[in-house]
Design a binder for this molecule. Sequence first.
Ligand code: PLP
Length: 409
Amino acid sequence: MALLNEHFLKLSDNSLFSEIEKKVNSFKVIYPKADLINLGTEDVILPLPTTAADAMQQAINDMGKESTFHGYGPIRGYNFLIDAILKNDYAPYGIQFESNEIFINDGAKCDIGNISNILRHDNTIGITDPTHPMYINSSTLSGRTGDMEKDGSWSNVIYIPCRESNHFIPELPSQRVDIVYLCSPNNPTGIALPKNELKKWVNYAIENDTLLICDSTYKAYIQSTDTPHSIYEIKGARKVAIEICSFSKSAGFTGIRCGYTVVPQELTAATLSGGRVQLNPMWEQYQKIRYNGTSYISQKGAEALYSPEGKEQIRKNIIYYMNNARMIKKALENMGLKVYGGKDTPYLWVKAPRPLSSMKFFEKLLFDAQILSTPGIAYGSEGEGFIRLTAFERKERCEEAVQRIYKYV
Ligand code: PLP
């Protein structure tokens, strides 16, 4: 008899996203001809930079010839891409890594989930609230979160509140935590952590022997000058942090799948007997067991993003989304709404007008303005009273959305 990983069953209780889906489906049934504007998506809309598309075309041609065919690639990824990452994403910030400290991934999500498989199931975890559900969900599958309480929280999770009163900046927990997930710039609040705040976390991690798992998926959107593009800009971070990055949002790679994970050689975790084990070789071994690498074609596309043309095309796409975000933010503020974020991410964290709950505001926007948003409560109890809007839409559609919200408000 095959027994189930029953932690899975706990996730089926987590039905907020399915409730949202049901509401959207019923909207579509009631208004089949409605012109719904999707400001609830995390997926980009602009096409790949042509330089990446061309490089992948070339890579496909390589694969079709015996002399340039590529089968299984190196487990850590091809050096042509790792070198480009080191040279462009780290060296300009004064950060030096060896190439064996970078692992090419197939997008951030898999590594965010899988990294916890090399860590014991009974580590305590700290998660900012609100936060993207993937950190909790993958921790639940590993049996790390305990049970779900009536209010939807998990018994073994230390929640780190990010609310208006602390400017959505997570405060250090009063107790020690084994693993903390940090996402900066943040989805859903849109807030990025400035250097002094990241420093606090690195110092906390050093003092408490905490592992920081840093999700930097949105780092390409950072505009603030005091905000690091990498946790490793902070002294001591390589002893305590893993950084997970992605080309999904910066370069439209959501459907191509490529990114990278940094596991520094200095980073260690403890064994029960008190020894220390380097995580880098452990992660390499895990990848050998569970993964056969990101495709040569995706990696060739990603390499091209670091060419001058690639960088320019990414810059233009980011400006496009950020202009949308700025325009929506300004318009909503002019309507008297409180709007956060939109400065270092294309995400806006909008306060629901009183007395609407997060879910009610979402429903009102859906049924009265035909705009799809995401209720903040889906990201944790601290998301109550907020919705998230994203700027991954055509400019004209964002303008239309603002008009509709104006009429509704
Ligand atoms: N991290 C955050 C905060 C995200 O919002 C997302 C996707 O929306 C991901 C990671 C996953 O990105 P990827 O496409 O690289 O798997």
